[in-house]
Write a protein of this length. Structure first.
Ligand code: ASP
Length: 594
């Protein structure tokens, strides 16, 4: 089999596959030079493909010309080699790699392509800086951890597809060039050449299309789909990201939960983890009262309202409100903090008008020994636990809509910050374990104090609770939505809701959001019309695939699990985007850059 006739040559094995039982076999391997070790008479070359690497041996005394050829090879050259698998002796066996028991004695070698000296090597033990990695992403992706992450992503997506297809869901595509219907974030716009001055928008999610698919009779839809949001940049956000998007006709929330639990179980299994189902559930109200946040991390103890440990007089002395909760945060095994540590932690609590922090329990104990004994008991605090209190100030400034929630939320946020800061002491985050949770019955509206109006907490297509319908105008703040989130270890994996399927109610919600009928018509007219043609009750959810893969890969950033991500500043360093475009292109589009 002469290698010059490469056209005929078939790769017979992958570089990571060979084992002791292949000894004696002739193999054809193709891949990259991962490393060359020149010992004079013998040259070792590790040839690498996506499955791993195999050691090739070139012995001068066996074949002088071949040995010469091998000495010309450099890192990341692409080669083909024919040779015989040989078992290594015990002394030279490499226990660190799966192919460490064998090597291939090469008979023929062909250099398929050379490589410039790369800015970093896939096998480098020290990671190059991220800008370099993103600019030379094709080299970065050759690294073993990246190959693992991308393969894992494929397996997870496949497991989800298989699961959903297996229970009757169709994967249906929806357009990327669509109409601008802001859903909370800013749209990315695509100018139309044919209609100068008019624009398509890239979808923030397929929300309205999937609802229209329900109206179209496709009662179980899903799509693993790219979404685009021009949001203010934050460390771990991508302008384009992937959702596992689904929608069903005639479901109760329970049915949505069941489907999501099913595909998450399949996805986690693809990564080698088992999930317990059903996931526990908690209403938004319980989440706020017990954890002070809508995405509780169940790995650490709950908050406890210890107000009853104090008498109203004591609270008055402490200048705390007797009407609002007194919330104990307990984090195990952190121990007592020094004064310096406490001072350093204050900024994590922040300057607040709606809540006060008491972080010196020892001092409190001197003045109120009975109360502190009681609150220790109520919160279940052990001697080496960190204990702090968050309470409402005696003097309320302006009456917030929910001053009690404000206290719980201040405590919840501080709990998260402390837990993060002292992770090495309490170890709750290192012990693994996936604590899944459904948070249900979110508020329908959120008050925007700056804009002085109500916004949809989830999105305006979410159905309010039947029982709260009559409060839409009189008391929007108390209207609960049939909306739910799935939460994992303090991170929101996805949100969804049962939707409004009646046009009159949809119009009411738009009105409650301060949208005039004309405005609603202008923005969502097509959808309001569709609702009039026999819309079944429907609901669904969307989960972030990138985040799920990140968690399952044990990665620190979304960029580790997206093949070609953008930087935190929304730049693609490899292709160098965004860029200005030519005057000609702009002219054709009827656009003038200001
Ligand atoms: N479209 C929603 C979102 O992207 C999810 C949903 O309600 O299904 O957040």
């Amino acid at each position: 089999m002469p290698l010059d006739f490469l056209g005929d040559l078939r790769r017979t094995h992958m570089c990571g596959e060979l084992r002791a039982e292949n000894a004696g076999q002739q193999v054809v391997l193709m891949g990259w030079v991962n490393r060359r070790r020149d010992l004079g008479n013998v040259i070792f070359i590790d040839v690498r493909d996506r499955t791993g690497l195999t050691q090739l041996v070139f012995d001068r005394s066996d074949n002088h010309a071949l040995h010469e050829k091998a000495s010309d090879l450099r890192n990341e050259y692409v080669i083909a080699a024919i040779g015989t698998v040989r078992k290594r002796d015990a002394k030279t066996t490499n226990r660190n790699i799966p192919t460490g028991e064998i090597e291939v004695v090469v008979k023929e070698l062909k250099e398929l392509n050379e490589s410039k000296v790369p800015p970093f090597l896939p096998g480098d033990p020290v990671l190059a800086n991220e800008e370099m990695r993103l600019k030379y992403r094709y080299i970065d992706l050759r690294r073993e951890p990246m190959q693992y992450n991308i393969e894992l992503r494929h397996k997870i997506a496949l497991a989800i597809r298989n699961y959903l297809a297996g229970i009757g869901f169709f994967e249906i595509e929806t357009p990327f060039m669509t109409r601008s219907t802001p859903e909370g974030a800013r749209d990315y716009l695509v100018p139309s050449r044919v209609y100068p001055g008019e624009f398509y928008a890239l979808p923030q999610s397929p929300q309205l299309f999937k609802q229209i698919l329900m109206i179209s009779g496709f009662d179980k839809y899903f799509q693993i789909v790219r979404c685009f949001r021009d949001e203010d940049l934050r460390a771990d956000r991508q302008p384009e990201f992937t959702q596992i998007d689904l929608e069903m006709s005639f479901p109760q929330p329970d049915r949505v939960f069941e489907v999501v639990e099913g595909f998450l179980t399949a996805a986690f299994k693809a990564a080698g983890y088992e999930l317990q189902t059903p996931f526990p559930r908690m209403s938004y109200d319980e989440a706020i009262r017990q954890y002070g946040i809508d995405k509780p991390d169940l790995r650490l103890p709950k908050l406890t309202d210890v107000r009853s440990a104090f008498t109203p007089e004591q609270l008055q002395t402490l200048q705390l409100s007797a009407e609002l909760p007194v919330v104990a945060i307990r984090i195990p095994k952190i121990g007592e903090l020094s004064r310096k540590e406490r001072d350093e932690n204050r900024p994590l609590f922040g300057e607040r008008k709606d809540a006060r922090l008491i972080d010196d329990i020892k001092r409190l104990e001197k003045s109120f020994p009975d109360a502190v004994a009681k609150l220790r008991e109520m919160s279940g605090a052990q001697p080496d636990d960190l204990l702090v209190l968050v309470a409402g100030p005696a003097q309320q400034e302006a009456a917030a809509t929910r001053p009690d929630y404000a206290v719980f939320m201040a405590a919840g946020q501080f709990r998260v910050e402390l837990a993060r800061k002292y992770a090495d002491r309490h170890h709750a985050f290192h012990q693994g374990g996936f604590h899944m949770l459904w948070v249900t019955d979110f508020a329908m509206f959120e008050y925007d104090a700056t804009e002085k109006r109500w916004n949809a907490a989830h999105h305006p297509f979410t159905s309010p609770h039947e029982q709260d319908m009559d409060k839409l105008e009189s008391d929007p703040g108390s209207v609960r939505a049939l909306a739910y989130d799935v939460v994992l270890n303090g991170t929101e994996l996805g949100s969804g809701s049962i939707r409004i399927h009646r046009q009159d109610i949809q119009k009411k919600i738009f009105r409650a959001l301060g949208m005039s009928d004309e405005e609603a018509q202008a923005r969502f007219g097509f959808f309001l019309e569709a609702l009039e043609y026999g819309t079944p009750p429907h609901g669904g959810i969307a989960l972030g695939l990138d985040r799920i893969v990140m968690i399952l890969a044990g990665a620190e950033s979304l960029r580790e699990v997206i093949p070609f991500p953008k930087t935190a500043k929304a730049v693609d360093l490899m292709v160098d985007a965004p860029t200005p475009v030519s005057e000609g292109q702009l002219k054709e589009l009827g656009i003038k850059v200001r």
